[in-house]
Ligand binder design. Structure first.
Ligand SMILES: [Zn+2]
Ligand SMILES: [Zn+2]
Length: 303
């Protein structure tokens, strides 16, 4: 399996256009220990030829241009065969609209997330320009599904969706919550290498048992502490109110997952306020000392 980190920042990216927090300000000023990041997405391939994306970020256009394996090989072509979505948040889905130039694609998501995108959303008809333009493929819990491209050709990877505590996207908060709102995805190749991808995690629980058996993990690193986002938004929400379990603290993911995660593990989906973005900060060093890597755009895993 070949995994490429296309983007490693939470919604808004790093720096975020309307953010003047210490991280964003120092990055703009050229601080050498801070590195810009685009919004969270992974590109995955079994053969290096045919790829699928885990989440389609609003930065997908520059992410494709920045990775030669995703460039077209004919006058009209894309190595991207499919996209799988972990939830309906705009920072995970908006990229679909940027992939609209008549390229056949398969999009994998839960029924709930597909409904949220297609139901009364006229803009999504831009992905329905011709019969078979985009095929929406439902992910079902407890069933591993072999990924295929738009012509039905197998990509050599199977995908398993697991429900993870979370919320519907902000623009659908009037709906009752469903286990299908937010998932972790486990991508397994034919040699048994398993990539676990859980960029939005409101709480741990039984579902984390599968993390132990994975070969490589990308986990929600949005916030270091629960009060980190307070005072930035208009609503005073804390990390947990935003369905993100913080990394630090007695009940944070770093301590709670200790000993239950694969050796190769990354925090990703990192909010621009998070102190782990600052190389050499105590929080950054604590994460690294615990055997985690802080994901950065362009990192790769090959097995
Ligand atoms: Zn997100
Ligand atoms: Zn910021």
């Amino acid at each position: 399996m070949h995994v490429r980190v296309l983007g490693s920042a939470a919604g808004g990216g790093f720096p975020q256009w309307n953010c003047g927090c210490a991280n964003c300000a120092d990055l703009r000023a050229g601080a050498p220990n801070l590195h810009a990041r685009t919004q969270d997405s992974l590109a995955v391939s079994a053969d290096g030829e045919h790829w699928f994306l885990l989440n389609a970020s609003p930065d997908v256009r520059s992410q494709i241009e920045g990775f030669a394996a995703l460039h077209p090989r004919e006058r009209r072509h894309s190595p991207i065969a499919a996209v799988a979505l972990t939830n309906g948040d705009l920072d995970h889905c908006l990229g679909l609209l940027l992939l609209r130039e008549s390229q056949p694609l398969v999009v994998y998501a839960t029924e709930r997330v597909i409904q949220g995108l297609l139901d009364r959303n006229a803009v999504m008809r831009t992905l329905d320009r011709f019969h078979g333009h985009v095929r929406w493929q439902q992910l079902h819990f407890g069933r591993e599904q072999a990924l295929v491209d738009a012509s039905g050709r197998a990509l050599g990877i199977s995908l398993l969706a697991v429900a993870v505590p979370g919320n519907p996207p902000l623009h659908l908060r009037n709906q009752p919550a469903s286990p299908e709102d937010n998932i972790a995805l486990f991508a397994r190749d034919e040699r048994g290498f398993t990539l676990a991808y859980a960029p939005s995690v409101a709480a741990l629980g039984d579902w984390t048992a599968r993390l132990t058996e994975s070969s490589c993990l990308f986990f929600d690193g949005t916030f270091w502490s629960d009060d980190e986002p307070v005072g930035l938004g208009r609503d005073g929400r804390r990390a947990r109110d935003m369905s993100h379990l913080p990394i630090g603290g007695d009940e944070g993911s770093l301590r709670a997952l200790d000993g239950r995660v694969p050796a190769q593990r990354f925090f990703t989906h990192i909010n621009n306020t998070n102190p782990i973005l600052r190389v050499g900060s105590p929080e950054h060093d604590a994460v690294v000392a615990a055997g985690w890597q802080v994901a950065m755009d362009g990192m790769e895993v090959r097995r």
